[in-house]
Design a protein. Structure first.
Length: 327
């Protein structure tokens, strides 16, 4: 009943909306940007927020009748799935090409990253047993038997990471590596989410794990003494795997120019820092440094394979998980 009520409110509101954003992100984070855009341009923005599976179902059910002018989702797996289902059309703004590194933009301008987050290595900063780990491959070392924590394989974040491994290492090498991870998993793993991974490392249950960086940011903001530290993987050997929030113009939008203008706006310095400060992500805009504690983590090398290329490996990553018994 609550969902039906919210849907009715949404469809009542969009009749007066100039631009409609469909997203799996929270309204609270996006509303300040929508309000500022409206104040600057007079263009009203309405936000529909749902979990991604429900959002995808809605887009498919609405088809050509969808009201989505913009689609903003939390990671590259979803961006590529929406691309495969022809949910985007090319934006017309020039800002993404000038502002966002090519690996984080669709080569045909169907979407661009809005914020970035490394999926990388974290370790217990008290015992420092894993402080020397620099690469994803070292997580399969025998010394971490029973001391590795990872979240479940059905996480889109892990699908994206292993897609990167397959693209960069080849399928069989990636399979052998992930099999080594599975051998090293602590009995409590796979955990439900990255927060549980961090908590297990903090209490000594695990020595090392892999998380999206912003989860650690949140823990450290709440407790600066939280005993987990971060290492950016693959420095000097391809760069750390990056994921992030992305945005594109809906395939059936009749206001491509207005939607593209909002994409340009969301990549402005002020908007980028708002999103970074709100969630602990890195700005997608080149050379724009974050303002939160993550600025103290310094600069790092990132994987340069385009997210759309990694999308070609997503199904292979899921098959790999099944073959090695990673639940």
């Amino acid at each position: 009943m609550k969902l039906i009520f919210l849907i009715l409110i949404f469809f009542g509101a969009v009749a007066q909306a100039d631009l409609n954003i469909y997203t799996d992100r929270s309204v609270e984070i996006l509303q300040p940007l929508a309000s500022e855009f409206e104040a600057n341009t007079g263009v009203k923005i309405n936000i529909l927020s749902q979990d991604y599976p429900d959002l995808l179902d809605r887009l498919e059910a609405e088809g050509e009748n969808t009201l989505a002018d913009l689609i903003l989702v939390k990671d590259m797996v979803y961006l590529n799935e929406l691309t495969d289902r022809e949910m985007f059309q090319a934006y017309t703004g020039q800002v993404p090409e000038a502002s966002v590194d090519a690996p984080m933009r669709h080569p045909e301008n169907l979407w661009t990253a809005v914020t970035l987050r490394p999926r990388t290595i974290v370790y217990n900063s008290v015992n420092k047993i894993a402080a020397d780990v620099k690469n994803y491959t070292q997580l399969a070392d025998e010394r971490f038997k029973g001391k590795l924590c990872l979240r479940t394989s059905n996480s889109s974040y892990n699908v994206a990471l292993v897609s990167s491994l397959i693209e960069n290492m080849g399928y069989e090498s990636a399979k052998n590596l992930v099999a080594g991870w599975v051998e090293n998993l602590n009995p409590i793993a796979p955990t439900r989410n990255d927060r549980e991974v961090l908590d297990a490392i903090a209490d000594g249950t695990c020595d090392v794990g892999v998380v999206n960086s912003y989860y650690l940011t949140g823990k450290l903001i709440n407790d600066p003494s939280f005993p987990v530290a971060i290492t950016f993987a693959q420095q000097g050997s391809g760069g750390v795997h990056m994921n992030g929030i992305g945005i594109g113009v809906g395939a059936y939008s009749q206001n491509v120019e207005g939607a593209s203008a909002f994409i340009d706006f969301i990549l402005s310095d002020k908007s980028q820092l708002h999103l970074s400060n709100s969630h602990g992500d890195y700005p997608a805009k080149k050379d724009l440094l974050p303002e939160t504690l993550i600025k103290d983590w310094g600069l790092f090398e990132t994987d340069q394979v385009n997210w759309s290329v990694l999308g070609l490996q997503h199904e292979n990553a899921k098959r790999l998980f099944e073959e090695v018994g990673y639940l």
